[in-house]
Structure formats: C-alpha cells, structure tokens
Ligand binder design. Structure first.
Ligand code: NI
Length: 201
C-alpha cells in the first residue's frame, strides 16, 4: 500500500464513520400512533444545477416530491451503473407507487459529464431519470448539502482519471425528510419492500 493509497483509504474510513453517525434513526409519531423512522429532517439544502435537457434547476423544483437520489459519474465502470439499474428496477417493480417517486442522478464529475453526456446516459436506465450536472462549484455545493464524498484519482498507470465517491441511494419525502439511506448491499427487493411499507402497502 503506497502512501497516497493509505491516505485515500483513511479518508474513506473517516467518511464512512461520519455517514454511520448520520444513519442513526429517529422516529416520527403521527396522530394515529403509527410511527415512521427517518434519518434527517430538512436534508440536502439548496442547489443550482443543470438537468440533462440543458434546463437550469434548483432544489425547489423537486420539493413536494418523493425522490430517490444517487450521486455518481457516467464514466464509473461498475458501481454507478449497477446502482442506477437497481433504482430503475425498484421504480418499475413498485408500479403505481413508483410513478410518484422522482429518480435523480447527480454527477460528481461535471468536467466530463456535460449535458449531452448526461442525456445519453440517463436514457440507458429509466425514462423518468433526471440527470443533473453543473459547474464544479455548483456540484460541490450539492455534494456538501447531501454529505457526499468524492475525489478525483489518477496515477501513472491510468490513462483517464477515475473518481472515488460515496455510493448511497437516498429516499426522500416531499418535505425534504431523508427517510432512508440505501447502500450497495441493499438489494432492489430490500428497497422496494421498504418503500411499500412506507406507503403502508
Ligand atoms: Ni461510481
């Protein structure tokens, strides 16, 4: 393990611990006594980004909607396509319930993920999938709000750089409550069941 690799590993461990802290569940009691657990209220903060059709959008465009949000990059060889495919499968399997959830993919690699690249990429997964990119500064702000870690990685053995990044599927409600963070280990079935339960089905 060389020094850079060691530092990178340590950074990933520290981020993992921070996110671990974030996943502590809270309970909301509703009037009828049913309880719904959640991770955080008012999650995500504000952002200004550009969608895959070239339109400027902000967080306000998505408030009032249920959302599944994933941060990644289109050049990702394996994890991002797998997770986006999982998200698409969940929405498909949920049927009518899936129709009320907006799937969003936010790039952590705006340098290569231009509007055109995003447009082609999201079409591979789900017709409703919204791809968001922007300037590095805009993306950094969104990453910060959603507590996403990412870092460019390049060494002499690589022709193109890659990006280390957190891999979480966030399930958020219309009032910006973050209900659940799904990780790589959660299957499409796990996510589907959680959402069905959430909607009391
Ligand atoms: Ni990835």
């Amino acid at each position: 393990m060389n020094k850079n690799r060691l530092i990178r590993t340590l950074v990933i461990i520290v981020i993992g611990v921070l996110i671990g802290g974030l996943t502590t569940l809270y309970q909301i009691k509703s009037e009828n006594g049913a309880s719904t657990s959640y991770v955080a209220k008012n999650f995500g903060g504000s952002f200004n980004l550009i969608d895959h059709t070239g339109k400027e959008v902000t967080d306000k465009d998505f408030s009032g909607q249920y959302r599944l949000i994933y941060f990644g990059f289109t050049y990702c060889p394996a994890i991002c396509p797998t997770e986006l495919q999982k998200m698409s499968m969940v929405l498909k399997n949920l049927g009518p319930t899936g129709k009320v959830i907006t799937p969003i993919f936010i790039s952590v690699d705006p340098e290569r993920d231009t509007v055109d690249v995003m447009k082609n990429y999201v079409s591979l997964f789900h017709p409703d999938l919204i791809g968001l990119t922007g300037t590095q500064e805009q993306v950094d702000k969104a990453k910060k709000g959603y507590k996403i870690y990412s870092a460019k990685v390049q060494d002499e053995t690589m022709q193109e750089y890659t990006v280390d990044h957190s891999s979480f599927i966030y399930f958020m409600g219309p009032d910006d409550t973050l209900y659940r963070i799904f990780k790589v280990d959660d299957t499409a079935k796990d996510i589907e069941q959680y959402i069905q339960n959430h909607f009391g089905k």
